[in-house]
Structures are given as C-alpha cells and as structure tokens.
Design a protein around this ligand. Structure first.
Ligand SMILES: C[S@@+](CC[C@H](N)C(=O)[O-])C[C@H]1O[C@@H](n2cnc3c(N)ncnc32)[C@H](O)[C@@H]1O
Length: 273
C-alpha cells in the first residue's frame, strides 16, 4: 500500500507555483523574448549528457511553463511536458503556439501521472528545481520509471543535496552547514520571491523536502532502474549564494579561493533488463 501524499502541502505548493508563473514568464532569468527569437534554454551539460534526441519521444517532468520542453522539441524531440500548475501548463501551450513548436502539455501531479503516459518515452527528463518538491522520492522515481520504454532512460539534473545544507549567507566566510545533511523533516518557506523573481508576491507557504545521494540511489534501484552514471557539478543556474560568480555560460560557480563544493548533480538511469 503506497504511503499517502501530504495533500495540503502539495496543494499549497501548486498555488505558490501558479502565483509565480506570470512573474517568471516576465523575468530576465527565463528570457522568454530570447527564446521566441530562437535561443535555447538548455545548458551545455544537459544537451551533451542527454545527447541526440531527434525523432525521440521525450517526457519532461515538472516542466514549469515549458521553455526547456520546447527547446528539446526544437532539437527534434517529440515532447510531452507535465506540470501540476494550471497556469504553467496554459502558459506553456501558449508559447508552443506562439513559437510554432509542436508539443503536448498536460496538467498532472508528477506522483500520479496518467496511465496514457506509461512506457511511451525514450527519454524522461527533469532538471533544476524538481526533487525538493517531492515528499516521496521513491514514488517520484517509480512514476518517472513507468514513463520509460524498455530501451529508454531517465535523465535528472538538479541541485546537489549537499548544497541544500547551507542557509542564507552573504559571504564565503559565513559558509557553513546550518542543517543536517540527513535531515528528514519538511521545510516551509513563506514570504515573497523566487530564484527568478525576487520580489514576486507568493501568498502561499511552500513546502520542500530534503534527499541525500543515498536516497537517490535507493530510489532508482527501488524503481527498477540501473544507474548508468552519477555526475557532480560545481554550478547552478541560479545565484544560490550572493558571492557566486556568473560564467559566460550563464551558470553560477564558486569564486576563486573558495573550495569547490558540489552544487548540482546529474544522473542517467535505465530500466533493468
Ligand atoms: C523550479 S520549477 C522547474 C523549473 C524548470 N526546470 C524550469 O526551469 O523551467 C519546479 C516546477 O515543478 C512543478 N511541480 C512542483 N511539484 C510538482 C508536482 N508534485 N507535480 C507536478 N509538478 C510539480 C512546479 O509547478 C514548477 O513548475
């Protein structure tokens, strides 16, 4: 019997994301105008690590308002994006029409994807800001795995659990863990702002959960997936700490003199034969 999900927390999160969509759509961080002029929102890491997608079916989990989904479509993939925020999905559909990039966008909770998505995809993709929103990593992973064809793979790129241990610090000298790496409790954020729109009002508390690298490995195995590789990176797409430096690729990294701790990870996993 699967554990029940904390529905009230998920509902608050959905409302929070709904409130953020118009601010994110207008933000420089997301760069909708650049996207409409033809720019890709995908980074070099995910482009290289996922590889050629032309003609492949790609399922994008927690796709927000679809810029990455549509960027995969521009690279030739046949894409389906899923998000539980109605506003995100409506905005994604609008951008698909406006950019004339074909895509299917569905509104669904990632933990209970519709049966119509099962065993259909060559690539299940999720990136940057996905796992902290799941209260049940095992369920998230089983859901992702069910989307795959036997020959397909899951690609996941997200903040490194290690980088989640630090609070709001202003300088590198203040950088020290304020939370246990192994903490299991939910954390709740209130107040305005997001990584892309610091002043956006968000009239709902946002609930997040912490996962360790060991939890990730266990969730993959538990979902019937074999980990092909696990990479650790020293960059993030957002300025998690004010003293990070932005590179020419738009990604944020440690400044010189600060030990290079892991900031993000990526993994590739396939269904066990
Ligand atoms: C940080 S954003 C993802 C960002 C995405 N990589 C991008 O930059 O466009 C997180 C997304 O996860 C979605 N989300 C959070 N919890 C979800 C859930 N349980 N089911 C489906 N979508 C969810 C939110 O609506 C939001 O669009």
């Amino acid at each position: 019997m699967p554990r029940s999900l904390p529905e009230r927390a998920l509902d608050a999160n959905r409302r929070g994301w709904d409130a953020l969509v118009p601010y994110h759509r207008a933000s420089d961080f997301y760069g909708v105008r650049r996207f409409l002029q033809g720019a890709s929102t995908l980074g070099r890491t995910e482009r290289t690590e996922v590889g050629a997608v032309s003609g492949k079916r790609l399922l994008h989990l927690q796709c927000h308002f679809g810029l990455d989904t549509l960027s995969w479509a521009r690279r030739g993939a046949r894409v389906t994006g899923v998000d539980f925020s109605p506003r995100a999905v409506a905005t994604a559909r609008g951008l698909s029409r406006r950019a004339r990039v074909p895509a299917e966008f569905l509104r669904a909770d990632v933990h209970r994807l519709p049966a119509s998505l099962r065993h259909r995809f060559d690539v299940v993709f999720a990136s940057h800001g996905v796992l902290p929103w799941t209260p049940d990593l095992g369920r998230w992973m089983r859901s992702a795995a069910r989307g795959l064809r036997p020959t397909g793979f899951l690609y996941l790129l997200d903040a490194h659990p290690f980088a989640m241990m630090f609070g709001d610090v202003r300088s590198a000298a203040e950088l020290r863990p304020v939370d246990s790496y192994f903490r299991r409790r939910e954390s709740t954020e209130t107040g305005p702002g997001s990584y892309a729109a610091p002043d956006a009002p968000v009239p709902f508390p946002r609930h997040q959960w912490n996962w360790t690298v060991g939890d990730l490995v266990a969730a993959c195995t538990g979902a019937g997936l074999r980990l092909e590789w696990f990479h650790e990176h020293d960059f993030l797409p957002d300025r998690r700490f004010p003293f990070l430096r932005r590179g020419r690729d738009g990604l944020w990294r440690w400044p010189p003199g600060v030990p290079r701790l892991p900031l993000s990870f990526s993994l590739k996993a396939r269904p066990l034969g």
